[in-house]
Design a protein around this ligand. Structure first.
Ligand SMILES: [Zn+2]
Length: 345
């Protein structure tokens, strides 16, 4: 069983120096050595209680701050195996909160995991999407980064079923943080996550996590970000606990049973986008629902998102519009002026 990841952090209440499992708290100023680099870190304040242990703020020899997860005895082996796998792989993309090194105790046993500090500028994707000041440019930046990071991960043979709860975004820059290194997977363990985002074969327990199951979750995220609604059930939001076992895409060209979505905003946005963009969602959420290799890959998404950027523009009435090379007579959704072909690519 996989923990849902470090996204679920809780603030520590001061329980003295002795934890219930008998673990001594690391004192401020203590020096510990790193297993890989051989350099040392200095322990600062304990900031969080975390599923596999306690989290401390630490400083390395160059003065850079990091986070240290000092593991409890119960979950130590699994967490260390996972951290070793990721340290061996190396950091695949700057967005991932990825183990940097293992940390040794006084007996030179691997006992802690050094991680980057996630800055406070990042907020949950759910909160990010409810912002009233979210520009379309930010949506493009966040989604392009997300697809790029996931593609880089897949090229190593790993996948990230923790995508369901691990996406954080900076509302100023559009940078993303992918939190939940415990949920990065080599496809050897089942994963229980949020069924509204997970691939159907994963929620049914029929398959193990894979890049294909990630590709479904990625497309759900992209649909939520671009269309402002859920692609498979119009009642759902990102954090709803229930999900139908055999979902139908709300814009499935051959099955209108889930159409129209009750929120007219989703319909308006869907029709605003060029057909080449819509087709990627149709492929993933129709044939791709039952045939996982047919789902659009992160690299394809990154390319089509960048292409979408080149087809976006502003109508003379001031509305955000998208030119469509397959629909040269397309009109503005607001003033109904003909848009023409635009610059495109
Ligand atoms: Zn217009």
């Amino acid at each position: 069983m996989v923990d849902r990841g470090s996204a679920k952090l809780t603030i520590v209440t001061d329980d003295g120096n002795q934890r219930p499992d008998g673990e001594l708290r690391l004192e401020n100023g203590r020096r510990l050595h790193l297993a890989g680099s051989g350099t040392s870190i200095t322990v600062g304040e304990r900031v969080l209680a975390h599923a596999p242990g306690s989290v401390y703020r630490v400083v390395d020899a160059s003065g850079t701050e990091h986070a240290l997860v000092w593991l409890d005895s119960q979950s130590r082996d699994w967490q260390l195996d996972q951290a070793r796998l990721l340290c061996r792989t190396g950091i695949v993309h700057a967005a991932f909160c990825w183990p940097i090194d293992l940390v040794l105790d006084d007996e030179l046993n691997e006992r802690g995991i050094l991680l980057p500090l996630v800055e406070g500028r990042f907020e949950t994707l759910s909160k990010f999407l409810h912002r009233s000041d979210l520009t379309f440019d930010l949506r493009l930046t966040v989604t392009s980064e997300l697809a790029d990071a996931l593609g880089k991960l897949h090229h190593t043979g790993l996948c990230f079923p923790g995508l369901d709860s691990g996406v954080y975004a900076d509302p100023q820059s559009g940078d993303i943080a992918l939190i939940g290194w415990e949920a990065v997977s080599d496809g050897t363990r089942y994963f229980l996550g949020n069924p509204t985002v997970m691939a159907p074969e994963l929620t049914k327990g029929e398959e193990l996590p894979s890049p294909y199951t990630d590709n479904h979750a990625l497309a759900v995220h992209l649909f939520l970000i671009f269309m402002r609604g859920h692609p498979l059930d119009h009642e759902l939001e990102l954090d709803d606990p229930e999900f139908p076992p055999d979902p139908v895409f709300v814009f499935d060209p051959a099955d209108a049973s889930h159409r129209p979505p009750p929120d007219p905003l989703v319909v308006t946005w869907w029709h605003m986008y060029p057909k080449f963009f819509q087709e990627h969602f149709i492929q993933t959420f129709t044939v791709g629902l039952s045939d996982p290799p047919r789902r659009v890959s992160p690299d394809e998404w990154r390319d089509v998102i960048n292409r979408l950027r080149s087809y976006s523009g502003e109508c003379e009435c001031g509305a955000l519009v998208f030119y469509d090379p397959q629909e040269p007579q397309k009109t503005c959704w607001r003033c109904e002026a003909t848009l023409g072909l635009g610059s495109g690519d």
